[in-house]
Write a protein that binds this ligand. Structure first.
Ligand SMILES: [Zn+2]
Length: 1055
């Protein structure tokens, strides 16, 4: 294994279930003579040799060997400092500091959980509800430390209790646009037993009353019958007649056009332009164990799209981009199954054909993993209310479209193959109002749907929506002017905050001290309470700081109107973020909820204080990037405390200087929060940044939110899930703890094949997200995806999803950058493309040809890898601020695939000649669809205007000789010289050109949950450099051009 081997990443080795970077790097050895040899399991991120550092050094002889990575071993393993407990309320076990054994194998999916790693912070059994939680025990404060001014009126000690904790009414009509809503009053046949503690106690703890937050959601979602070893009566996987194997590729297939019988082929179903249109009912055969057989047995390589495997010589074919967006491959499934499969925007796999064995996967040298966007806003979502949620008795899989009905009374689980009974009430179909057609139930007709969960899915009454706003009010913060924007946005959206009559809200501000606000009903104005003892934070009036929003709305509005002025003249420069976060945790720990922290500088006081670690002079020249890992584990540990109490922390970082996002970001990462970063934020100096912040805030405050959530990902027997990416805490082998879940969060997981899938024709994956809606309903959103199993390398390659592969590799590379080094990560990404193309060349191609050959489905792979190497997160040789880099890394890890792809490979369009030809029609607006251009300066012409969509930012580049018509009709400017250096808006002109351009920009913006700033730039603009940095096909002083990169890969592939 070479020094940049990632043996933990794609298979059996490595720290199990780590939440992000492992705490211990794998054992690293310097490259030896045999370091090219791959060992099992294959690791996609494996070094071949370092990339030439720059064009000047290209072809300059043998590559320098990589220095032994042991020099980087100082980085890993943040010490787990012992922190005194903050109060008696959290009786969790301290995190174990033992690092996972890097060489340990990932246990099979159903085995007992692995040794707890530092990342796998588990709670003692005492946490499970049903014990004797310290009900209502206030934090022990001792003698209250002195409070400073201002004068306080007597503070009441009464707290308005939540008006209703009765079982919430299933009244959320907004979720129920689709027909399959039905009620079934029958009792569950097998009442789950995991709630004994709850039901036997016979009372419901009152949220907000100090009730211990239950923490055994693991058991909840799992249900009463934990998956163990399969019972002996398990029938084996269905035996199907598939023939010996798929036919091998015909010789010279690369030159064949579509076979003559193309008409009868399984053509991939193109994703409809209307995602989530209601699936057509499909007729599932009601009997026959080999339900899939008739349709699947007809499948063979011949039914793959020949296009996916068309051989492309990358050195010859220059323009590889499709005209429009890159579409994901369609799994090679029978059409009726594929039609009903989970939408790829929600759930997709890096390989849409799953290899039969791990060794086959190792040969393909492509990473296997899933990308999820589980809580995505959906226009249509079937919602089912039923007293019985039908699940497999063995593995607890939810019944889904890919199960098999043996007859009307029995169904076979598609994950573990157990045969289950069909419950009596499932025989009735509420949609058709007919009896005896269980396979037509909505659960069996929709790969994505939501259940209203009955009480056995609750450990306590669903929590109310609770929002706590924590604001930096130091001099630096006030000077940026952000307070006005936050308060104004809250005032405007206060009635749109998701919630119901129980919604609670509170505020904390901080500088060198912590300020609380008593907003109790009946006060004539908000009371500010200042706690100056930041060493031992306590809540001055615990019961009146978090108030019912409806009952105290006027006081809240009062406070929001006066806050910006209250600190207008402050000279306090210190900033005690850590103590403020501790206070927030205390305030919310009895209910759970969401903390929104607004921070503008490096925390300077109290716990969690940080020092600047960045040397601006080293930004461009440093050989490797230091300080990508946190400086302290305070934020991570506090985040884990928060996670245990169902509290998530979202961080808004608005700053002009280094803030150590690598440390601060941990507070959100491990509590399943979000991070927003606005560099150089200033109300006067950066109006575009202000607009972006305003738009983001509005979305943030009003978007859907789920509380006290867990997500479990199950997969068919034989497959195993490990290494999750995203913001969460891994509670057990396959369960993610998500104190909050939001519709803009993405996740990725890596998978390995533990047992051969020899007898299987398809495998399934199911993500179940159990959460409490803002209306207090317990809900379960279930996504199920079915993929074919294949046994030939060519079939694996034919199903490769280049975008999913790229995104998964990006997440893996972020981890690698932190645990080892940035250069390791860069080498590993390059090697991923070298390895897969080598495998394709040696194992799939039957006729060798000169050139760099790739299957058409992977033709963009080297381009995307080069783009990653030039991305802010991973680039070298270019001045990149550390916080910018770390933020880019955060985004790569938790943004859904569509947005990550724009960050990696922006879309470039020529827009000075937009026409309505081929335009989209979206709600009576005509949206032009210009073709996507290559990212090269070659493509820019001086007489044009080009729009570059880079995800969170859009550039409109105006050529020096730009068509005057565009300047006048779209920009409203007389000539090129009149284009301002900082222009961020397109004027609303009454011309066809203006309307087309604005419609196009508006449409791009609508497709993402954040607000990309528009920068109109010309040659003299300061942002021109950023624009040009995205021209990733071009050579720069420090990086190869696309062509040079291809030559480098070719050299390695041909070795
Ligand atoms: Zn099962």
């Amino acid at each position: 294994m070479s020094s940049t081997d990632f043996s933990s990443q794609n298979g059996a080795g490595g720290p199990p279930y780590a939440n992000g970077p492992s705490q211990n790097p794998v054992a690293l050895q310097p490259p030896g003579p045999g370091y090219m040899a791959h060992q099992t399991p294959y690791n996609p991120m494996q070094a071949k040799g370092p990339m030439p550092p720059g064009p000047g050094l290209y072809n300059s002889g043998p590559y320098q060997p990589i220095p032994p990575a042991s020099s980087n071993q100082a980085l890993p393993g943040q010490p787990m400092l012992k922190r005194p407990p903050m109060g008696p309320q959290h009786s969790m076990t301290p995190p174990q500091s033992a690092s996972p054994n890097p060489g340990s194998r990932i246990p099979p999916a159903h085995a007992t959980p692995p040794p707890v790693s530092a990342n796998n912070y588990q709670h003692a059994p005492a946490w499970q509800y049903g014990g004797t939680p310290p009900m209502g025990a206030p934090p022990s404060m001792g003698a209250p430390p002195p409070m400073a001014m201002p004068p306080l009126r007597p503070v009441g000690n009464h707290m308005t209790s939540s008006p209703s904790l009765a079982t919430p009414q299933a009244s959320s009509a907004e979720y129920r646009a689709t027909p399959p809503v039905f009620h079934n009053a029958m009792q569950p046949l097998c009442p789950p037993t995991s709630l004994q503690g709850y039901t036997q106690q016979g009372h419901m703890p009152t949220p907000g009353n100090g009730a211990q937050v239950p923490n055994s959601f693991d058991h909840l979602e799992m249900g009463p019958k934990m998956a163990g070893p399969l019972p002996p009566q398990q029938p084996g996987p269905p035996t199907r007649h598939m023939g010996l194997s798929y036919p091998s590729l015909p010789p010279g297939y690369q030159n064949t056009s579509a076979p003559p019988n193309a008409a009868t082929m399984q053509h991939p179903v193109q994703p409809s332009t209307q995602p989530y249109s209601h699936p057509q009912p499909y007729q599932q055969p009601s009997a026959g164990p080999a339900q899939l057989s008739p349709s699947l047995s007809g499948l063979s390589l011949q039914s793959q799209t020949p296009e996916a495997l068309r051989v492309v010589n990358l050195l010859q074919e220059r323009n590889l981009l499709p005209l429009g967006p890159v579409t994901p491959p369609t799994p090679c499934l029978p059409q009726d199954l594929q039609k009903i499969n989970c939408h790829p925007e929600v759930f997709r796999s890096t390989l849409t054909s799953i290899p039969q064995t791990q060794s086959l996967l190792n040969k393909a040298k492509l990473p296997l993993g899933l990308l999820l966007h589980p809580f995505k806003d959906l226009s249509q979502l079937p919602v089912v209310t039923s007293s019985t949620i039908v699940r497999c008795r063995s593995c607890r899989t939810y019944i889904n479209p890919f199960v098999t009905f043996l007859d009307q009374r029995r169904w076979k689980c598609n994950l573990c193959y157990r045969v289950n009974d069909v419950p009596e009430e499932f025989m009735y179909n509420p949609v058709s109002r007919s009896y005896g057609e269980p396979h037509k139930r909505p659960e069996v007709q929709n790969a994505t749907l939501e259940f209203i969960a009955p009480s056995e899915y609750m450990l306590r009454p669903p929590q109310p929506a609770v929002y706590l706003i924590v604001l930096d009010v130091s001099h630096n913060a006030v000077e940026t002017g952000y307070l006005d924007v936050v308060c104004q946005s809250l005032l405007e959206n206060i009635n749109a905050l998701p919630g119901d009559s129980r919604t609670k809200i509170g505020f904390i501000t901080f500088d060198s001290t912590i300020h609380f606000y008593n907003l109790q009903e009946g006060l004539s104005q908000p009371q500010m309470l200042i706690v100056s003892d930041i060493e031992d934070i306590f809540l001055p009036t615990p019961d009146s700081l978090l108030v019912n929003l409806n009952e105290c709305k006027e006081l809240v509005q009062d406070l929001l109107r006066s806050l910006p002025q209250m600190f207008g003249k402050t000279m306090e420069t210190q900033c005690a973020l850590g103590p403020a976060l501790q206070a927030a945790f205390k305030l919310l720990s009895s209910t759970g909820g969401r903390v929104s922290v607004f921070q503008t500088q490096l925390p300077s006081l109290g716990v969690g204080a940080l020092k600047s670690r960045e040397d601006p002079n080293q930004r461009a020249s440093a050989k490797d990037i230091q300080h990508l890992s946190p400086a302290t584990d305070f934020y991570k540990k506090l985040a884990l405390d928060c996670s245990g109490q169902q509290v998530a922390v979202d961080l808004f970082l608005l700053s002009s200087q280094y803030c150590d996002l690598a440390s601060l970001g941990c507070i959100s990462r491990y509590s399943a929060g979000s991070v927003y970063y606005y560099p150089s934020y200033h109300q006067q100096h950066n109006p575009a940044g202000v607009e972006c912040f305003q738009k983001d805030l509005k979305r943030y405050l009003t978007r859907k939110i789920g509380f006290e959530a867990v997500m479990r990902i199950r997969c068919s027997k034989g497959l195993s899930i490990h290494t999750f990416h995203g913001n969460f805490f891994v509670r057990s082998t396959d369960l993610l703890s998500l104190p909050n879940v939001n519709p803009d969060a993405g996740f990725a997981v890596q998978m390995s094949i533990e047992e051969n899938l020899v007898d299987m024709q398809s495998v399934s994956f199911q993500a179940a997200l159990l959460y409490t809606s803002s209306k207090g309903e317990r809900r379960i959103r279930v996504h199920t995806m079915c993929l074919p199993v294949v046994n030939s390398l060519s079939d694996i390659f034919a199903g490769a999803d280049v975008q999913a592969i790229t995104c998964l590799l990006a997440s893996m590379a972020v981890d690698r950058s932190v645990t080892a080094s940035l250069s390791d990560a860069r080498d590993a990404m390059t090697n991923a493309s070298i390895d897969s193309l080598t495998s394709f060349r040696t194992s799939v191609l039957t006729i060798q040809q000169p050139g760099l050959l790739a299957p058409a489905c992977l033709r963009l792979f080297p381009l995307y890898i080069l783009a990653l190497l030039k991305q802010k997160a991973f680039r070298t040789g270019t001045s990149t601020r550390l916080d910018d880099r770390v933020y880019a890394m955060c985004q790569l890890k938790y943004q859904p695939l569509a947005y990550v792809m724009l960050m990696i490979h922006p879309a470039l369009y020529r827009v000075d000649d937009l026409t309505d030809e081929g335009a989209l029609n979206v709600s009576e607006r005509t949206i032009p669809q210009p073709r996507v251009q290559q990212l090269s300066v070659e493509k820019l012409s001086r007489d044009g205007a080009f729009l570059m969509d880079a995800g969170s930012v859009i550039y409109l580049w105006i050529g020096r000789n730009c068509n005057p018509k565009f300047l006048t009709q779209v920009l409203g400017l007389p000539n090129y010289a009149a284009v301002p250096l900082n222009m961020n808006m397109l004027p609303e002109l009454d011309t066809a050109e203006s309307q087309r351009t604005r419609a196009f920009v508006g449409w791009l913006r609508e497709q993402r949950p954040f607000f990309p700033i528009l920068h109109v730039i010309r040659d003299e603009s300061p942002l021109k450099a950023s624009f040009l940095q995205n021209m990733i096909e071009d050579r720069t002083e420090s990086a190869l051009s696309y062509y040079e990169f291809l030559l480098h890969i070719q050299q390695q592939v041909s070795k």
